[in-house]
Design a protein around this ligand. Structure first.
Ligand code: NDP
Length: 329
């Protein structure tokens, strides 16, 4: 039996004009798969990289890596979900911008009753990213309450979750953001300091805030525009954690530059190295569900678009016109 579904796909890499709504047939789930009917799907910057071809994929490509809805059917061997369960996920392969899909069950988690579908759709990819960054991507000297970390683009989807979670962990998060209003938003969500990096020299400000010492970790998803100065924000043995390229990819560099800056460490992280098993995905998701359910981390959805307005949603995200999370309905 096949079920028709709208699916946002691209047939060639390019701008938002490449996003088209096709009708596709969705079949029955095979071994290790589920069929999920979405109530909401999350928009993420990685969807932009996949659309433009910065992260290339075969065509046609169905976009979207995050969603929440109800399980309609499960394939052989799937024991953690059943038809009728509320569920949410961050997962490969892309394809969440649709009504209904068949997908691997491994990264799909039961959604606690206290968390609504829109929140579930908005928080999985961004929240699990904040989780691994703050809990598993640490400097060799560790992270203790009171330590300073620098977090770029802190008023965005991942950013506002990280601000709150860092505060919950007792960290002094120094936020950067692209406007004074965005800086205020980061401060209202737990950042200890905020720097408008379109106006101020963030490396100089970080030195000022940390009395010349620098931070233990820089979490950098902006990439090209912030890379060089970010290296100057670290204290000796600090960690440069690159996890995105909103302004473009980081240029190649010689490891020799890391010594004089204090024998600093560099890593390039992706969520998909962290959620490679069902157990690990569930452990991280439970941690996220815990902070969201307790209210320590609030998932702020500042933009809602109809699936048919997906082009506008991409344009807003790329124009730096969004704050917090964005969902497609
Ligand atoms: P955001 O909501 O944070 O949007 C991206 C933000 O980046 C913008 O709002 C803007 O904030 C900032 N930015 C800086 N320079 C530019 C530029 N030239 N063009 C566009 N935006 C720019 O998106 P997400 O929450 O979805 O993701 C945040 C980042 O984290 C992305 O880079 C994403 O790829 C990365 N990511 C990485 C993951 C991983 O595991 N590696 C997983 C999830 C996300 P401002 O105006 O304040 O500068």
């Amino acid at each position: 039996m096949s079920t028709p579904s709208r699916a946002v796909r691209i047939h060639a890499h390019g701008g938002p004009e490449q996003l088209v709504i096709d009708t596709v047939d969705v079949g029955e789930p095979g071994p290790g798969q589920v069929r999920i009917r979405h109530h909401a799907v999350g928009l993420n910057f990685i969807d932009v990289y996949q659309r433009t071809g910065l992260y290339p994929n075969a065509m046609p490509l169905a976009l979207g890596m995050e969603g929440a809805g109800v399980i309609e059917a499960v394939g052989e061997g799937v024991t953690h979900l059943k038809a009728g369960d509320r569920a949410a996920y961050a997962s490969n392969p892309p394809g969440s911008y649709c009504d209904v899909r068949v997908m691997p069950a491994m990264n799909v988690c039961k959604l606690p009753d206290a968390i609504d579908f829109e929140t579930g759709a908005a928080m999985m990819l961004k929240g699990l990213t904040a989780q691994y960054l703050l809990k598993h991507c640490k400097p060799v000297e560790g992270l203790e309450p009171g330590d300073h970390v620098l977090f770029h683009a802190a008023a965005g989807g991942v950013g506002l979750i990280a601000c709150q979670w860092a505060k919950h962990l007792g960290l002094q998060l120094i936020a950067t953001a692209g406007s004074d209003d965005k800086c205020q938003l980061a401060l209202a969500h737990g950042a200890a300091h905020a720097i408008n990096y379109r106006k101020d020299d963030f490396a100089a400000k970080v030195k000022e805030i940390t009395s010349g010492k620098g931070v233990k970790v820089v979490y950098d998803s902006v990439g090209k525009d912030t890379w060089d100065k970010s290296l100057d924000c670290l204290r000796p043995f600090g960690l440069m954690a690159s996890f995105g390229n909103a302004s473009g990819p980081v240029a190649p560099f010689a490891p020799g530059i890391l010594g004089p800056k204090g024998s600093i460490y560099v890593t390039r992280q992706t969520l998909f190295s962290h959620i490679t098993s069902r157990e690990r995905t569930q452990r991280m998701a439970d941690d996220l569900f815990g902070v969201v359910s307790s209210g320590a981390v609030k998932i702020r959805i500042d933009q809602r678009f109809a699936l048919t307005d997906v082009r506008k949603a991409h344009e807003s995200l790329e124009a730096r016109a969004t704050t917090g999370c964005t969902v497609l309905l």
